[in-house]
Write a new protein. Structure first.
Length: 476
């Protein structure tokens, strides 16, 4: 079945303008509770490659493959043409009212919180419907909307719109604690030239050459999923599955809502949990931990997001309602092919109340943000997995020129991690809720305030020294 249709009212050409008018933010207007680009996760085709030792549990034919930072941010970051670019929604529109996607130079030179112009250009999406999530690599950027069925394909070399298609009526909307959307995140599997869309009933796989959906993997919908690009695994937290619906379809809720069962009780559905999706064959495994404080919720209530480290196979999963972080070691996982369950060593870091996560695979750091607030944190995945309790928290500096306090996006999470084009160091990116500013955070500088065995709150000066503010509304 062809799940995509071409809108008759939109051309495929680019109509990119720089003189723009301000409107309500498209992310807010859509009501989308999205995440994970790469991840859900922001993908960077310039990232290092990694060899897989022996058969991969996900897709054994894939080594070597590009290592994409595994995270749940809503916006893709790619390196091409000597620029490192983040693709994000804006509060700006073209003269005719069309929504615009901003191309932000997140590799612009300079450091500090005074603010640096960073807008390269804008891309006219050809419709008043705006994108809420993007993902991509150096060959293709995919953007999608939460509040409509629009999907766009963009050439990152020229930053031109090359195609605009629509999901067909078989797609409903995912629903979570703060809303939902038609597409809740995008990751790009560069090795197989395909995109992975989080949708209302699982994951849609899209061929980047034909722009067609090749299959849909049925699974409980995930608000913000993580992607292990080396092992071909998706880490997909789920909760509130029955809030997802398609009133126009025969079944109003996803069939997979009834699939994950509570350990030891085949009659009770697990409502809050973690799916592990093997992309090579579409198999979906439910994570179990009999030793968890509540085995019916093995990663806590409302697991909001996931970030995967493809080099260590350590996975971070924040529990929004539980106010703690899970770190799971999937290098030691046991997959049961009969019951379609999986177990893995599990460590909990209590009192670390952050909802969004992206992972740096070079230094094995999890970068965390708190929804709708200036809170950020960083922790070492190997240290927590070994029983350490250390992490560094802090508060983002005020915005430049009297712009007020910085506030992280709620949903979709505006968070990503990559290696800086400037010096190769790990940098995290955050998007202010105004959609006017991107913050670039030197993760190693921020983490240096900490120690392995205790939590540390970095002072204002320490945080400011690690942050550079980038102005999304001003041409560099």
């Amino acid at each position: 079945m062809n799940h995509l249709v071409k809108p008759a009212f939109v051309s495929n050409g680019l109509r990119s303008l720089v003189l723009l008018a301000l409107v309500l933010p498209v992310a807010a207007a859509s009501g989308c509770n999205c995440g994970s680009s790469a991840g859900g996760a922001a993908s960077d085709a310039a990232a290092d490659t990694a060899e897989v030792d022996g058969p991969s549990p996900g897709d054994a034919d894939a080594a070597p493959v590009p290592v994409s930072p595994g995270g749940t941010g809503a916006f893709g970051v790619v390196t091409t043409g000597g620029k490192q670019k983040l693709y994000m929604p804006t509060t700006m529109t073209a003269d005719g009212g069309d929504a615009l996607l901003a191309v932000v130079d997140v590799g612009v030179a300079g450091q500090g919180v005074a603010g640096a112009p960073a807008l390269l250009r804008t891309i006219d999406l050809g419709t008043t419907n705006g994108a809420t999530t993007t993902g991509g690599d150096a060959t293709m950027i995919v953007a999608a909307a939460g509040g409509s069925r629009d999907v766009w394909f963009i050439d990152p070399t020229t930053d031109t719109l090359v195609d605009h298609v629509m999901l067909d009526a078989s797609f409903g909307q995912a629903g979570f604690s703060r809303g939902g959307g038609y597409v809740t995140g995008i990751a790009v599997d560069s090795a197989r030239h395909r995109a992975i869309l989080g949708v209302w009933n699982g994951f849609a796989l899209v061929d980047l050459a034909t722009h067609a959906i090749t299959s849909v993997i049925q699974a409980p919908p995930s608000e913000n999923f993580g992607f292990d690009s080396v092992h071909g695994l998706l880490y997909a937290p789920f909760y509130d599955c029955t809030f997802s619906s398609n009133p126009g379809a025969d079944a109003s809720t996803p069939s997979a809502c009834g699939t994950p069962m509570t350990p030891g009780d085949a009659s009770t559905v697990m409502t809050d949990g973690l799916s592990v999706v093997r992309l090579s064959d579409g198999a979906v495994f439910t994570y179990e931990d009999p030793a968890a404080s509540d085995p019916t919720r093995p990663v806590g209530a409302e697991p909001d997001s996931a970030g995967a480290d493809p080099t260590t196979q350590l996975v971070a999963v924040p529990s929004e309602a539980g106010d703690f972080q899970n770190v799971l070691d999937f290098s030691k996982a046991t997959f049961d092919e009969t019951s379609h369950t999986v177990t893995a060593p599990h460590h909990v870091l209590p009192g670390v109340s952050y909802e969004g996560v992206a992972v740096d695979p070079a230094n094995h750091l999890a970068f965390l943000e708190a929804e709708g607030s200036p809170g950020i944190a960083v922790l070492s995945l190997p240290e927590v997995s070994s029983g350490g309790q250390g992490w560094v928290g802090g508060t983002m500096p005020d915005l430049p020129s009297g712009g007020g306090g910085f506030a992280n996006l709620g949903d979709p999470h505006g968070i990503a991690v990559t290696a800086s084009i400037l010096d190769g160091k790990a940098v995290g990116f955050l998007v202010d809720s105004s959609l006017h500013w991107v913050a670039r955070v030197d993760l190693l500088a921020f983490a240096s305030a900490g120690q392995p065995d205790a939590s540390v709150t970095a002072d204002g000066g320490q945080v400011a020294a690690a942050v550079t503010y980038l102005d999304v509304t001003t041409i560099e």
